[in-house]
Design a protein around this ligand. Sequence first.
Ligand SMILES: Cc1cc2nc3c(=O)[nH]c(=O)nc-3n(C[C@H](O)[C@H](O)[C@H](O)COP(=O)(O)O)c2cc1C
Length: 204
Amino acid sequence: MDKFAKGAVRAQKAGFDGVELHFSHSYLVNSFLSRVWNKRQDAYGCQSLENRARFGLRSCALLKNAAARIFPVGVRINGREWGAKEGTTSEESVGFAKLFEQAGANYIHVTGIGYGFGHKMCWMFPDFRPYPEVTDDTREIADALKTTGALAPYAEAIKKAVSIPVIVVNNLTPQMGERILEQGKADLIAFARRLMADPELPGR
Ligand SMILES: Cc1cc2nc3c(=O)[nH]c(=O)nc-3n(C[C@H](O)[C@H](O)[C@H](O)COP(=O)(O)O)c2cc1C
């Protein structure tokens, strides 16, 4: 856990403006948050939201103590997980967001993940499909995320529950992004692949 703090201090010294704690997709901290992975019965176990969040909460708190107070610390979480019955629900994500806000997070970045092939594969891209056809166990996420702005309802649910800014991502167009902002479903929108294709997009 203290490695997050050490990493953030290093980033701060190197001149970065802030850090984002990656608690989403299927990385380390999500393996505590998500019941897909977390089968523990100890204080970090799957018995309660607080226990599932404990690793992340302690990492966040250590980091907030170590870095300068003005250094923004965001937390990226799955707004929902598809394709597994133990996958994180929207309600659980809202609970996690509230806990991370209390732990000092300066914003929440909402992404999502789907599981397929007996949980062996995790994915987040609607157009990243198993060849040649979407399989039965990956159909749920493929259908869920194929429309632009599909994660907006999960960001909105979190935004209603916290007072820090909420970012939404995934398969957005600039037009859909504007609509989401106008409708107050999120405070910021994020692009990944569009910026790789056109880094000048935000200035247009
Ligand atoms: C090549 C590539 C690598 C990515 N690597 C990561 C990663 O390491 N961590 C992460 O949280 N998201 C990663 N993402 C996901 C993006 O952060 C983003 O959530 C996703 O691409 C959906 O947004 P988009 O539809 O605007 O591309 C990656 C995306 C791409 C295209």
